[in-house]
Design a protein around this ligand. Sequence first.
Ligand SMILES: O=C[C@H](O)COP(=O)(O)O
Length: 248
Amino acid sequence: MAAKIRRPIVAGNWKMNGNLSLVKTMQDALAQSQLDNMDTVVCPPFTLLSGFDTQQIKLGAQNLSVYPNGAHTGEISAAMLQDVGCQYVILGHSERRAEQFESNELVADKVKVALTAGLQPIVCVGEPLEVRQSGKVFDYVAAQLDAVTQVISQQDLLEVVVAYEPIWAIGTGNTATPEQVQEVHAFIRNHLGKSCQEAAAKIRILYGGSVNAANAAQIFAQPDVDGGLIGGASLKVEDFLAICQAAN
Ligand SMILES: O=C[C@H](O)COP(=O)(O)O
């Protein structure tokens, strides 16, 4: 396999899980690991963000408000995420698109807010099962990407991380095959290249959807896969470390 020019990332999306005890065990385990050739990012719920030592761990949030600080009850701003040491923020996760009715346009606006604040967005895209069965995966993913590229500059696109997460693979154990993953990742890279050729070469594209310690290495070995966005397995310290090792 040819060496990859892009630095791998593995991000653990805890979703609405975890507690202070898991923060401590994850923090201690990652501090002792020697994952020097990659970026390891933990994305716990907002309430646990300040429990991590950002000297040792890269932190990400799972969402941000499209608004700046002010009278927006229940919202968390980009400035607040920076204040607790976040470098990344997951945006457009399919669970938020479905449960919180986040449109392509709202996700794109949030990406712009994150970039303006100096946070690196991890932008999630990916199709539901019926779209895959109808053969329209590329059209679906292209529309999600285009909403973002229409509102940000080519320079800002270089700071974006994309996560391809087919919805049918999330939390189901039905991991996409390495061939299915590579096919869509190559499409994403090529499609982004139409907006910015430099981005096509440099942008990091993660796969998410039932990645575990057993299947990570084979998925990460695909040429256009630069790491993973990990859900369930990121809550188990040993499994998460094993997945990170596979990327390292
Ligand atoms: O953000 C993470 C993804 O939704 C994947 O979740 P999963 O690893 O539990 O399938």
